[in-house]
Write a protein that binds this ligand. Sequence first.
Ligand SMILES: Nc1ncnc2c1ncn2[C@@H]1O[C@H](COP(=O)(O)OP(=O)(O)OP(=O)(O)O)[C@@H](O)[C@H]1O
Ligand code: SF4
Ligand SMILES: [Mg+2]
Length: 334
Amino acid sequence: MSLQNEVGTKEIMKIENVKMHFPVRKGIFRQVVGYVKAVDGVSLTLTKGETFGIVGESGSGKTTLGRVIVGLYQPTGGKVWYVSDTGKYDISSGKIPLRVRQKIQMIFQDPLSSLDPRFTVEKALREGLEISKEYNKKEMREYLLRLLKEVGLSQDYFGRYPHELSGGQRQRISVIRAMSMKPEVVVLDEPTSALDVSVQAQTVNLLQDFQEKFNLTYVFITHDISLAKYLSNRIAVMYLGRIMEMAESEELFSNPLHPYTRALLESLPRFEARKGEKGKKKTLIGEVPSPINIPSGCRFRTRCPYATEKCEKVEPKLIDVGNGHKVVCHLYEK
Ligand SMILES: Nc1ncnc2c1ncn2[C@@H]1O[C@H](COP(=O)(O)OP(=O)(O)OP(=O)(O)O)[C@@H](O)[C@H]1O
Ligand code: SF4
Ligand SMILES: [Mg+2]
């Protein structure tokens, strides 16, 4: 079964060669001695109504990319375009009117840290809406009550503080807070991984309902490649700040090309290797290298069983193998 959305062809966001390099400082004068290259040249396009999955090991730059997409970070390189009915906006400029920025929301992994402990649920929910000045006090309360009801919570929850809610309830409040802005794009950063297994499915269903109702575009960030397959129309596999492979979800699972993707998939239970796949062992070994010292040539080469001298010297380029399937690896060069 799949929860994937029906998707049109309208481009809603374009991410062009985005880089987010954080300076590393040392000494009493806090000199810059290097950079953490958390995101190091990512390009992708989001289509209205799709769920775009981003998978990869811890530290691969998924959250940082998500924060750049919603405008929480101004990238150190590249552009993030948001194409709405009212115009094309450069989110990466940091100079976007609030009413536009609010159309791109983010829901975080840990709802407790994204809710201010001093604010009641009502205050937390009103905060963003008050800035937008779309509603008067009474209308706002009615609107928020409707949303509360929609996620299965009663009016009583308005007066509660975050610590008086369960993890699942807190995440539902975070979901309403994002949805109350009537966004077009929502970045979901591991939205269920901090939750009890029993409420994970509920949260996924809730997000799915909102997507269907408002034709939302989701960027779904997760460690869980099986969940990404279940929810996403397309998936990008990230490694050390770059996309290594990108394809439609079914295609990525039935025809994984990049050695990193294959290793990730082979770590899953019940994944069957492609027929006729023999030869070198492709188990994912070793740790992700530091994003301060990214390996030369192909950044995956220190863990790749197929690495050659060329991989050490030459950085592979993105190769389009057709049907929207793209891979960054010398093995597929003609
Ligand atoms: N504000 C920051 N300053 C310096 N380094 C940072 C900052 N934010 C993230 N990093 C570093 O950038 C890299 C990517 O981090 P990021 O949180 O984006 O990874 P991730 O893929 O979301 O990992 P996880 O799956 O564990 O959430 C990491 O090495 C991290 O330590
Ligand atoms: S370019 Fe070389 S090191 Fe990189 S994934 Fe391909 S074969 Fe492995
Ligand atoms: Mg993260």
